[in-house]
Every structure is written in C-alpha cells, then in structure tokens.
Ligand binder design. Structure first.
Ligand code: SF4
Length: 397
C-alpha cells in the first residue's frame, strides 16, 4: 500500500516559505483501506474533514490506536446520536455577528471558520458546516462593540483558527485593536503551532507584526493547543520559540480526549515538555457534550484521577494547569473528588452572583458534564436561573 510519506511532501512557495498541502477528502489518504474510506466518507459528510501533509506524517499508520490518528481521522461512531451542536450555549452570549461576550473583561471574535486540520473532538464543529455563518472575517461589528465597552481588557481572536488568515488581514485586525486603549491583552487561540509550525517560521511579516504589537505594557498571548507530546516536534518547538522571540506569551490549553491524552504518562510528558519550551500549561478542558464527540469523551472523575496522577510526576512549572468545564453558566474548576462527592468551583461565572461559588455534587463516575451531576450543597444561594440550568439538581435550600 502507498504510504502517506510517499506522497508529495511539504512544499515550498515561490517566495521560499514552506507550505503544507491540505487534504480535504478522506479518499486522498492512501493509508486508509478503500472499504474503510467509503464508510468514513459518510462521517465527513456530516462533520467536516481536513488535514495536511505535515500533520499526517506524524501518524504511525501501523498502530490503529495511534493518538495523532485518533485526533484527525474520523470514526464511524461519531455518527452516534449524542450531544448538542452548541453544548455551552454560545448562542446566548453572541452579541453581534462573530462576537461573544460572556465575562465582563473578555470578548471573543470568531474571525475565521477554517483550521489547519479539523480535530475530531472540536466543540465548535458546527462552524465548519455548510449552513453555519457564525464566524466572520469582517470584524468591524466586533471592533465597534469592543470600543463601546471600556470594561473589555482582553480580546480573544478565535474561530476556527485566526492564524489561517492572511498576515495582511491579521495586521488590520490587530492594528485596529491596538487603537482601542482599554484593550490590554490580545489573545490568539491557535492550533497552527501543532498543525503547521511553518506558518510562523516562514513568515517574517507575521513575526514583525507580533513583535510590534506585543509590548511591555500590552502583550499578545498565544493560546496554543497541543494535545499530545508527539505534536511537539523539533519544528513545532522552533515555532513556539519564534513566538516567544516576538515577545508573545505562550500558554497551552487542550481538552482531555479519549484515545489521545487520557493517560497520566502522556499528560505528564506533554506538560513537562511544554514547560521546557516556555509554553505554560494553562487549561485542561473537560470535553463538552458536543454532537459527534461521544467517542472522545472521558468522565469527570476519571479525568480528575488522570490529571492528579500526571501532576505528581512533573515539576511545579508543569503542573500549573487547571482542569475546567466550560459550562453555559461559566467556567467551573474541578477541584477534587472523594468517595462521596465531586467539588467544583466557578472559576469564571456568567452570573456575578455565582463568581467563586463552590458546588458539592454527589459522586457519579459516569458523569461527563455538570448537567449529569446532582448538586447537594453550595456555599451560597445560587438563585433560580442556575438551578433551572442544572437540570438534575435537587431543590437547593
Ligand atoms: S483547532 Fe480548535 S477550532 Fe479548529 S478544529 Fe481543532 S479544536 Fe476546533
């Protein structure tokens, strides 16, 4: 069988910059037997597929359980009837086209609807569907909104992946954001350092743009997204180094994904290596109950055990990560689990009354999400709205 490495490899543009080649159809991957490709094509008709030659080369095709393969090659059980397309109800915090505002200081601009490849477990996979129009390259409504809200000190460029946009477009957006004085931090949420490190390494104009706008008083942050230590290739580490040399602060956030990083050894290795290269482990996300994601989900209790075990093995710098659940009501940190209870705290909350609230829930080893848990105690009255959202909670006193 023809192996992927026998295909044309990462190319070089006329300007000298190395360019990855994109693969948009599962039939283009010779390593997958034809009868399997036909079945998987059905999955890609529902949930989009995209990969590139650089990333596909990281797969060990002799291992059917290879974690990199699990991350981007579809599976038939994605078609199981499970989850919702917008599990965190982002629609409820959408204030203009491509603009989300959930916490006072932070606004999200969904400025692109394409990524360097598509992670099978993506919680925003709805963006890649044909009839979805939530993201927009035209950020004028977003910039206008941010300018009118002086409480907004952070803007996150997300999508999709903002680094898939041209450098010229990024220059416009970042330049305009820098003219809004109250915006102190610009965050770029991107998996391009994993999917295509040449995006930064081969683009001096992008490096110059980042250097100019990440200043001693107003930094740019890269919210990188490495899920597995094998993504930290030499060239990917060089990519992170390029961001750091531009004055960009690099942190990493990724979900816990079954078959990819749901193993204490893998997670410890990932966090250790990230700390070595100066990309601080920041958030570990509990997978959201997203349609198509059932094969990738890890129960909360198991996730907490994995992180606890992984954390024991690495230095303090590698274990600064928080294990969080991005629920419709806010970001809850999963603090601890004992024989009877799971303890959660609102790290960020949509409702100001919930900020910092501690929830004690009955231990349930099968639960994937807050909605699966029974809340038995809180450290404050949490009002009617949240009680209605926590559908399985018994009446709170
Ligand atoms: S890079 Fe992020 S937005 Fe893109 S597919 Fe992966 S998880 Fe989704």
């Amino acid at each position: 069988m023809l192996a992927y490495r026998d295909l044309p490899q990462v190319g070089r543009s006329s300007g000298g910059r190395q360019r990855v080649r994109y693969v948009r159809r599962i039939e283009q991957i010779p390593n997958i037997p034809p009868e399997q490709r036909d079945k998987l094509k059905r999955v890609t008709e529902v949930y989009a597929f995209r990969a590139n030659d650089y990333y596909l080369k990281l797969i060990d095709w002799n291992d059917p359980q290879d974690p990199i393969r699990q991350l981007i090659i579809p599976r038939l059980d994605e078609l199981n009837d499970w989850g919702r397309l917008d599990p965190s109800n982002e629609a409820a915090v959408t204030v203009a086209h491509g603009v989300q505002h959930k916490y006072p200081d932070t606004v999200l601009l969904l400025c692109n609807e394409v990524c360097g490849a598509y992670c099978r477990y993506c919680f925003r996979k709805r963006l890649f569907m044909n009839d979805n129009d939530e993201a927009t390259n035209n950020v004028s409504a977003g910039l206008d909104y941010v300018a009118r809200h002086p409480e907004v000190t952070n803007v996150l460029l997300t999508g999709g992946d903002p680094l898939l946009m041209s450098t010229r477009r990024l220059r416009d957006i970042i330049g305009l954001l820098r003219r809004i004085h109250h915006v102190r931090i610009i965050r770029i949420g991107s998996k391009m350092p994993a999917f295509d490190p040449y995006r930064i390494l081969g683009d001096p104009e992008l490096q110059e743009l980042l250097s100019r706008h990440s200043t001693s008083r107003r930094r740019i942050y890269l919210m990188a997204h490495f899920d597995h230590p094998r993504e930290l290739t030499d060239i990917a580490c060089e990519g992170i180094d390029a961001f750091i040399r531009c004055g960009v602060i690099c942190v990493n956030q990724c979900p816990l994904v079954k078959g990819v990083n749901d193993d204490p050894d893998v997670l410890a290795d990932l966090y250790g290596k990230l700390s070595h290269i100066g990309c601080q482990p920041y958030y570990l996300f509990q997978g959201r109950p997203t349609a198509g994601n059932e094969p990738y989900e890890v129960p909360i209790v198991r996730g907490w055990q994995i992180l606890r075990e992984a954390s024991c093995r690495e230095s303090g710098l590698a274990r600064r990560v928080r294990y969080v659940m991005s629920h419709a009501t806010g970001k809850l940190e999963i603090l601890a689990v004992d024989d009877r209870y799971i303890y959660l705290r609102f790290h960020r909350a949509k409702d100001p009354a919930l900020r910092g609230a501690l929830l004690t829930c009955k231990r349930n080893d099968e639960a994937f999400w807050l909605d699966d848990l029974e809340i038995v105690e809180t450290d404050r009255p949490i009002g009617n709205e949240p009680a209605a959202l926590f559908s399985n909670s018994r009446e709170l006193e």
